[in-house]
Unconditional design. Structure first.
Length: 161
């Protein structure tokens, strides 16, 4: 019986010694850079004048629409991401893995703004619904919607490169 105890102790020491005690390392992700894919203008309903111009990236594949602006530390003020969906539906976005605050602008199939989710906070996984059917969604830096005086009913026009 003593022999069996010594074997068990020896096996325990071997198993314990074989466990690695290296510290866990954080995963590093590659920085995703902006790729200009088009230009977008926001037009005033009242005057039909241009309220703002943006360089845009376009998200329309399933991967692009699911990833959006995630894993990016910031975005220049004159840039945005335009999501183009194949259908018109009530949309809902969230800020999972998005590192900076955004204004989320929901736009119908006639390219008119139908609603906003302003100042969406980084990493917030709560649902941010459109509250109206939308075909397009424009993400810009938080605060720009108010700074530019954007309103429901304003429209967009965009072109691809």
């Amino acid at each position: 019986m003593a022999q069996l105890g010594k074997i068990a102790l020896l096996l325990f020491v071997i198993v314990l010694a074989s466990c690695k005690t290296e510290p866990k390392q954080a995963l590093k992700t590659e920085t995703i850079s902006f790729t200009k894919e088009g230009d977008l203008a926001i037009l005033s309903t009242a005057t039909d004048s241009i309220k703002a111009n943006f360089e845009i990236e376009i998200a329309e594949t399933e991967y692009e629409t699911q990833t959006g602006l995630m894993y990016r530390p910031s975005m220049q003020q004159n840039r945005g991401m335009l999501f183009i969906f194949p259908d018109v539906s009530v949309r809902s976005f969230y800020m999972k893995n998005t590192e900076f605050p955004l204004d989320i602008i929901y736009i119908d199939e006639g390219k008119k703004i139908v609603s906003f989710q302003k100042n969406a906070q980084p990493y917030d996984e709560r649902s941010l619904p459109s509250n109206a059917p939308a075909k397009y969604v424009l993400e810009i830096n938080a605060g720009l919607s108010d700074q530019l005086g954007l309103q429901v009913g304003d429209s967009i026009t965009f072109s691809r490169l």
